[in-house]
Design a binder for this molecule. Structure first.
Ligand code: FES
Ligand code: FES
Length: 141
């Protein structure tokens, strides 16, 4: 029996029924907003997270992607993946994990990179609004 769905099915499923499309109030203190673009094609992705300050986990997530089907599918899949994760877990997701799950071809790798960039950007926006939440052992920005 077929236990693994094919590349087209997974991409098309997320593309035709994207999960968690929408937006949150950017000014809410517990919301982090990431807005990134892909230089290769000009596609744009907005991804927002709501963080539970008690345990630094993502309680809600929304996205809007003005881009290709693979970018929409990548962001839709990412929103399902990061819900419930800590910021550190979500921040360490690699685009290759997304590309592998959706079986994106090499030419579509940058579409999944957009999703990785978007969650990283949302997390860093949250940290800039809530500096106390930032782990002290986190290097860089
Ligand atoms: Fe088949 Fe993109 S979903 S080529
Ligand atoms: Fe550029 Fe998919 S995000 S082609």
């Amino acid at each position: 029996s077929i236990t693994r769905r094919s590349y087209h099915e997974k991409v098309l499923d997320h593309y035709s029924k994207p999960r968690n499309v929408g937006s949150m109030l950017k000014t809410d203190a517990d919301v982090g907003t990431g807005l990134v673009g892909a230089p290769a094609c000009g596609d744009v992705m907005k991804l927002q997270i709501r963080v539970d300050p008690n345990n630094n986990t993502i309680s809600d997530v929304k996205f809007k992607t003005f881009g290709c089907g693979s970018a929409i599918a990548s962001s839709s899949y990412l929103t399902e993946l990061v819900r419930g994760m800590t910021l550190e877990q979500a921040g360490s997701i690699k685009n290759t994990e997304i590309a592998q799950e959706l079986c994106l071809p090499p030419v579509k790798l940058h579409c999944s990179m957009l999703a990785e960039d978007a969650i990283k950007s949302a997390i860093s926006n949250y940290y800039s609004k809530n500096p106390h939440a930032k782990p002290t052992n986190l290097a860089g920005t």
